[in-house]
Design a protein around this ligand. Sequence first.
Ligand SMILES: [Zn+2]
Length: 432
Amino acid sequence: MSEPVTAPANTGDLSQFTPHPIVNGSKAVYDLDLQMDEQSQFTVKAIIDVTNTSADHWDQLMFYMIPNVFTLPDEHYIYRKDAQFILNNVLINGNKTSYTLDQDSLAVPLKDYLAPSAHTKVEVNYTFTLPEKGIRFARTGQSYDLAQWYPMLATYENGWNKQPYILAIESYHTDFSDFTLHYKLPGKYRVISTSDLDPVESVSGGVLKAEHVKEFMVSFTKDLNPVRQIVDNTEIKVWAGTEDKPHMENALKTAAGALHFFNQNIGTYPHKQLDVILGDRLSMEYPGIVTIYSKEDIKHVIVHEIAHQWFYGVVSSDPFHDGWLDEGMTELATSLYMQDYSYSESLYKPYKQYSNLPLSDYQNGEIGTSLYAQPPLKFRELLEHRKDDGTDFLQAYYKTYQYKQVDTKEFVDFVKAYFGMEDQSFFDGWIK
Ligand SMILES: [Zn+2]
């Protein structure tokens, strides 16, 4: 072990560095119409204005249609008996057209090629029910959590980048988009959504909008109630049912502390509201919302999911090919705030798998170490050696790439430039 050294004088000097973020060649604007009936069945008319921002002529469009995967009995880990999904039709510029739906891939062939800069209007009509033990897309008690519930346009990078659905972790990758949601409900529900315009009272319908967000999550609930606090001009609402009521005040305190720390040290939180939903749910981040499985160490998980608002919500990366970037930087931010790396230490298994493999290359159990634990632990070594608290690095990274997409190569180039590294040896053995 060598003695700590102070950071070289050129640390943080990015004057010679030119960022080259990844450019996605597909853009979407979503106009979603959602109706729920008395039997808890949802009917959706999704209109997606798709623009070809690539240099290629397209012969098809590609969407993620994740609600379909829960209805496939062959996918036995994902299959939910009570999930239903029926695709009624697909229209292009008002005309019915053919499509193929395979697992979570909805491919829509284009009779006329879509030229660079051209756009087209796709309408998808479908119905679904939410499975009770769903994954993100789920009914829990009297709450309907709609995540990844609409046709999400895939990204286009030298062809459509549409990878298979993977249960363990997010396998879908979307760009920043604008959303309008019209919704109609059979009775009054409280509404929790990605939008900053959630109604204060229970409602049976309305319109929500969000701009420049990676996805649009919405939850309609009769059994969750909020506690609120304003922090740095953002309203934090922690939602829970009776069972999780005892955790609410602590959760609010944790969320408030994390939000303020990340505001001060990384960049300003991009929404006016932050919803934290506690309960029997998968812990997960969405723009403006986090869901927290309340039976684990909720302090760590709340901070982690909130940190994703910066690393995922604003700095974008492809979770299938570069899942370590958002999980690794999120967990680093979490550890810096908590001044505690014990979560990563407890996950870490020294079998030396690379952190930047595609999700499909990992065996059972390798994702935790490789994506979540190894990156922050490697950065801890680097930062401790340089007597650097790490927050300036995360802030510079965030400011350089906000609302842009990073991949492994770009990240490595940035780290080398930021820390004035002469070579790539910092990444030896853990980044391929
Ligand atoms: Zn995460």
